[in-house]
Ligand binder design. Structure first.
Ligand SMILES: *Cc1c(COP(=O)(O)O)cnc(C)c1O
Length: 410
C-alpha cells in the first residue's frame, strides 16, 4: 500500500490502527493455488488464528478457501462467516472430549492429536470420520541439514506410536479419512518439508480409507531483508510430483490440503502508530509510540523484527532509533533501527502486521484494543471498532464493599 493511503487511514480512523490490504491476501492465495494447479484436488484451509476478523474470513470464503480452526469459538466464527461445516477442519490440541463432540455435532472435520481422545472418540462415534495429526519428529538444523528431533513437542501423535494408533483403529473400527502434520516454525526449507512429507506418505499407507493428506503449514514470509522466504513455486512443483506419484501407489485420487496462516495474511497487514515522544538518553534516541506489546507482542515474545517506516517523512534523512511503546513494561519494538528522521506526531507503519498481531492483542494497562481497517476495492472499510471504556468495564462485577460489618457480625 502506498504511504499516502496509509497516512489518510491513520488520520480518518485514528491511531493505533491495523490495516489490511485485500489485494495482497488475494495474490498470495492465487500464488499458492497456482503452485499446486497440477494436483487434481487441492484444499487451502486458512488458519483462522492468524487473523480472525470476520470480514477477512468472508474474503477467504469468496476466494474458495476452507478454514483451519483450533478452538470451538473459531469454528463458530467460521460458520458465522458463511462457511459450510464441510469446509472447516478442527485441529485442536489438548481440548476436552466435550469440545470435540460439539465440533463433531456441528459437522466439521475432526482432527485428533492424542491417543487418549482418539480411543474415547473412536469408541463413542466409530462412524464419524477422523483425521489423525502425526508428529513426524522432523526439524531443520542449520541450512539443509535434516535432524530428527523435537521429541518433546506437545503436538501430534508420534510416528513411533503408529502401532498403538492402528490398534485403536482396529479395536474401535473407526473411520480414518485423513492424515495431517503441522510442524510449524521448525521447518524452514523445502527439502526438510519434503522429507517430512515422505514420513506422512509412509504413515498414510497404513490407512485404507483416506480422502486427504494435510501438510499443515509453516511457510515463511520475509520480515526483514535477507529473511528466508519459502519458494512456493519450487515447492509446489516438487511436492506435486511426489503427491501424484503417491496417489497412484495408493490407488486413489486423494485431496492435498494445506493450512497457511502467515503466508496468506502477514504481508497484507500494516500497524499504524503515532509517535508521542522522542526521548533522548545518554546513549539512545527512543521513539515512543501510542502502543505497546499489548497491541503487538511478537517482537517481545518471539524476537520478531517487523520493518518500521516513518510514513510521515518517508524520504527523510535516516537516523538510529529504538522504537518502544507506552505501556509500563519493557515493550521494545525495535532496537537501534535506521528510520527516516522522526518528529513527534509522526506516524510509524509496522510491516508484516497481518498475522498473529491483532489476534494476540490484549487490554494490558487497561488500554483499548485498536481498530481494524480493510483496504478493499480502493476503499477503507472499518472492520472492527476501536474499543471504548465500556469494553474495559464489560463483564467486570463490582461487589458492594460496605457489607463488611454485616458479614462480621455473623
Ligand atoms: C497455526 C497453525 C497453522 C498456521 O501456521 P502459519 O505458520 O501461520 O502458516 C496451521 N495449522 C495449524 C494446526 C496451526 O495450529
Amino acid at each position: 500500500m502506498n504511504t499516502k493511503t496509509l497516512l489518510q487511514i491513520a488520520e480518518d480512523f485514528g491511531s493505533p490502527v491495523y490495516v489490511y490490504e485485500s489485494d495482497k491476501i488475494i495474490s498470495q492465495y492465487k500464488r499458492l493455488t497456482a503452485a499446486f494447479n497440477k494436483v487434481k484436488q487441492v484444499k487451502i484451509n486458512y488458519a483462522v488464528k492468524a487473523l480472525s476478523n470476520i470480514s477477512v474470513l468472508k474474503l477467504m470464503h469468496t476466494l474458495g478457501a476452507g478454514l483451519d480452526t483450533v478452538s470451538i469459538q473459531e469454528v463458530k466464527l467460521g460458520l458465522s462467516a458463511g462457511f459450510s461445516a464441510d469446509k472447516i477442519i478442527y485441529t485442536p490440541n489438548g481440548v476436552s472430549l466435550e469440545e470435540i463432540e460439539i465440533a463433531a455435532k456441528l459437522g466439521v472435520q475432526i482432527n485428533i492429536d492424542n491417543l487418549s481422545i482418539l480411543e474415547q472418540f473412536g469408541t463413542k462415534y466409530p462412524k464419524i470420520p477422523v483425521c489423525i495429526r502425526i508428529n513426524p519428529h522432523v526439524m531443520a538444523g542449520g541450512n539443509t541439514n535434516i535432524s530428527v528431533g523435537h521429541i518433546d513437542s506437545k503436538f501430534g501423535i508420534s510416528i513411533h506410536q503408529i502401532p498403538h494408533i492402528l490398534r485403536i483403529v482396529e479395536n474401535t473400527n473407526m473411520n480414518i479419512n485423513g492424515i495431517h502434520m503441522h510442524t510449524g516454525s521448525d521447518i524452514l526449507d523445502i527439502d526438510v518439508f519434503l522429507y517430512a512429507s515422505e514420513i506422512l506418505f509412509e504413515t498414510a499407507k497404513h490407512f485404507k480409507n483416506l480422502e486427504f493428506i494435510d501438510f499443515g503449514s509453516g511457510f515463511k514470509v520475509p520480515y526483514k531483508k535477507g529473511d528466508i522466504e519459502t519458494n512456493i513455486e519450487e515447492f509446489g512443483e516438487k511436492l506435486t510430483n511426489r503427491f501424484n506419484e503417491f496417489c497412484k501407489e495408493y490407488g486413489k485420487e486423494l485431496t492435498l490440503a494445506f493450512e497457511p496462516g502467515k503466508f496468506l495474511v502477514s504481508e497484507a497487514g500494516y500497524f499504524l502508530t503515532k509517535v508521542n515522544v522522542v526521548k533522548q538518553t545518554t546513549s539512545t534516541v527512543f521513539a515512543q509510540v501510542d502502543s505497546g506489546f499489548n497491541h503487538l507482542i511478537r517482537p517481545m515474545l518471539y524476537g520478531s523484527q517487523h520493518e518500521i517506516e516513518n510514513i510521515s517523512n518517508p524520504k527523510g534523512r535516516e537516523r538510529f532509533y529504538s522504537v518502544v511503546g507506552y505501556i509500563c513494561e519493557t515493550d521494545t519494538f525495535a532496537n537501534n533501527r535506521r528510520i527516516s528522521e522522526i518528529t513527534e506526531g509522526d506516524i510509524l507503519a509496522f510491516k508484516n502486521a497481518g498475522a498473529y498481531c491483532f489476534t494476540m492483542a490484549s487490554n494490558y494497562n487497561s488500554r483499548y484494543r485498536p481498530a481494524e481497517v480493510l483496504w478493499h476495492n480502493n476503499k477503507a472499510h472499518l472492520i472492527r471498532k476501536r474499543e471504548t471504556f465500556d469494553d474495559i468495564m464489560r463483564n467486570q462485577i463490582e461487589i458492594d464493599m460496605s457489607t463488611k460489618e454485616k458479614s462480621n457480625s455473623k
